[in-house]
Write a protein that binds this ligand. Structure first.
Ligand code: RB5
Length: 149
C-alpha cells in the first residue's frame, strides 16, 4: 500500500452524521479522507453512492473505502458490482479485521441502524489496522478476481 493514505467515504440518507463522524475519525488517524456525500439527509438511492465510492477505489484514486447505509447491505451490494471491489458488511471488529487479513477487502460497509457510533468507530479501526496476509489467502482472492471475468 502506498504511503499516502487516501480513503473515500460515502453513505445514503440513513445516517450522514455517522459517515461524517467516521470521516473525522479517519482524518485523526492520518488518512486523507475524500467525503463524496451526500451532504443532506434528503432521501436518495444507496446504489448511486455505493457505486460512486467503489469507482474511486477501483480507479486507484483511493486505496480503501468506507460506506454506510441503514443496514450496510444495499450499498455493499452495489459497491461489489464494480470490478475490483471486495466489500464486506461488518457489525463486529473480528469480521472487520478478517476481511482485510484474509479477503483483502478494499471496502468496508457499516449499517448505521445496526451498530452504534462507538462500535462503528471500533470496526473502522479494526479494518484500517489490519493488513492482508497473502499466502494461501492470495490464492483464494485470486479465485474471486477470476469470477469477475
Ligand atoms: C434506506 O431506508 C435503507 O433501505 C438503506 O439505507 C439500506 O438499509 C439498504 O440496504
Amino acid at each position: 500500500m502506498s504511503t499516502h493514505k487516501r480513503i473515500v467515504v460515502s453513505s445514503d440518507h440513513a445516517d450522514i452524521e455517522l459517515r461524517k463522524t467516521i470521516a473525522a475519525h479517519i482524518t485523526e488517524r492520518g488518512w486523507e479522507v475524500i467525503d463524496i456525500g451526500p451532504m443532506t439527509s434528503e432521501s436518495t438511492h444507496y446504489p448511486i453512492h455505493g457505486e460512486a465510492a467503489a469507482q474511486r477505489v477501483a480507479s486507484g484514486d483511493c486505496q480503501l473505502g468506507i460506506i454506510v447505509c441503514g443496514t450496510g447491505q444495499g450499498i455493499m451490494m452495489a459497491a461489489n458490482k464494480v470490478k475490483g471491489i471486495r466489500c464486506g458488511v461488518c457489525s463486529d471488529t473480528f469480521s472487520a479485521r478478517m476481511i482485510r487479513q484474509h479477503n483483502d477487502a478494499n471496502m468496508l460497509s457499516i449499517g448505521a441502524r445496526v451498530v452504534g457510533e462507538g462500535l462503528a468507530l471500533d470496526i473502522v479501526d479494526a479494518f484500517l489496522s489490519a493488513e492482508f496476509e497473502g499466502g494461501r489467502h492470495a490464492t483464494r482472492v485470486d479465485m474471486i478476481k477470476a469470477l469477475e471475468g
